[in-house]
Design a protein around this ligand. Structure first.
Ligand code: PSU
Ligand code: MN
Length: 314
């Protein structure tokens, strides 16, 4: 396996490698949320807390990033500090960006899509994030559809998130996921969560009440050779949730401001997140942090169950 050309590019952290080689659970974590999704120093604090939660629930964390052109599956604390300190200066890197960031020897913050790619290269089957990218509102004009969606159709990993953010067109995002064959699973919920809010009102495809049930579906999918991700949606904890009406109005305003300023492409998600955090006096940031921690916990539980089910197999 070490002769595989991928390993000319990929550094698997020794602790992560040890876990993988011994069939122990590993959870991958993205880094765009650190560099572009949250302000310093909350981003660094949160990234470290997320790793601690993964450990607490019995798995090894592997924060994914690109540093000096090296794909990293697992980073040190000092590297988390580096990512958090340099924030927006670090290139937000999705699938299309990886070859350029690598060949130029640069740093990259990985989106859900590129985190999935690098995690899968390393052999990691579960990742946690806050929210995925999706079909943006106004797609009829802009064609803005996140590369996360196509990635979900092709790369084999469970992605634990807090549902679909209402800065996106939730209905169209779900239609897209249906078309590309990505199951939307609700963890202890019948409706797809809407990130800051616990429900979007749209039904999930499958509800699971235990992490083991999600792990079993994952095992069946991959033993059957059905490629692609499973999207596990986990509502923000009740005590940190925001009312849909409260957040939706602010989102409308933030989108209007974004359009006035002519912000497009990869800048949209970071702009909207920062604006919404301003407008809610930090309340949305707190919700964001809590939901990520909650997702890390569930991802660890799924990874633990998955490694039990697949023990001794490959
Ligand atoms: N949603 C969040 N915070 C984030 C992101 C999404 O609440 O930081 C990031 C994730 O890394 C996601 C990316 O993969 O934004 C999607 O960006 P785009 O729509 O440009 O593909
Ligand atoms: Mn986009």
């Amino acid at each position: 396996m070490r002769n595989d050309p991928i390993h000319q590019y990929l550094d698997i952290h020794p602790e992560v490698r040890d876990a993988l080689e011994n069939g122990r659970p590993v959870v991958a974590l993205e880094s765009t949320i650190i560099c572009h999704g949250m302000p310093y120093p909350k981003n660094v604090e949160t990234a470290k807390q997320v790793e601690a939660v993964v450990r607490e629930y019995g798995a090894t964390p592997a924060t994914i990033a690109i540093l000096d052109g090296r794909l990293k599956a697992g980073v040190d604390e000092s590297e988390i500090d580096y990512l958090g300190n340099n924030g927006q200066q670090i290139t937000k890197s999705s699938r299309r960006d990886i070859p350029f960031v690598v060949s130029r020897g640069e740093d990259g913050a990985t989106t859900v899509a590129s985190t999935m790619i690098i995690a899968a290269m390393a052999g990691i089957r579960v990742m946690a994030t806050g929210g995925i990218g999706g079909v943006h509102r106004g797609v009829e004009q802009t064609m803005d559809v996140s590369a996360d969606l196509e990635e979900l159709s092709r790369t084999n990993i469970a992605v634990v998130c807090a549902g679909i953010k209402s800065v996106l067109d939730i209905g169209r995002t779900l239609e897209y996921l249906e078309t590309i064959g990505v199951p939307v699973v609700g963890y202890r919920t019948n409706t797809v969560p809407a990130f800051y809010a616990r429900s979007s009102g749209f039904p999930v495809d499958y509800r699971v009440d235990e992490a083991a049930a999600a792990a079993a579906a994952l095992q069946a999918k991959y033993e059957l050779g059905i490629d692609g991700a499973v999207l596990v949606t986990n509502p923000v904890p009740e005590e940190h949730a925001m009312a849909r009406e409260e957040i939706d109005g602010l989102i409308e305003e933030a989108i209007a401001e974004m359009n006035e300023r002519g912000i497009t492409g990869k800048e949209t998600t970071p702009f909207l997140l920062a604006r919404i955090a301003d407008r809610t006096g930090g309340k949305s940031l707190e919700a964001n942090i809590e939901l990520v921690l909650n997702n890390a916990k569930l991802a660890a539980e799924i990874a633990v169950n998955y490694s039990r089910l697949t023990e001794g197999r490959d």
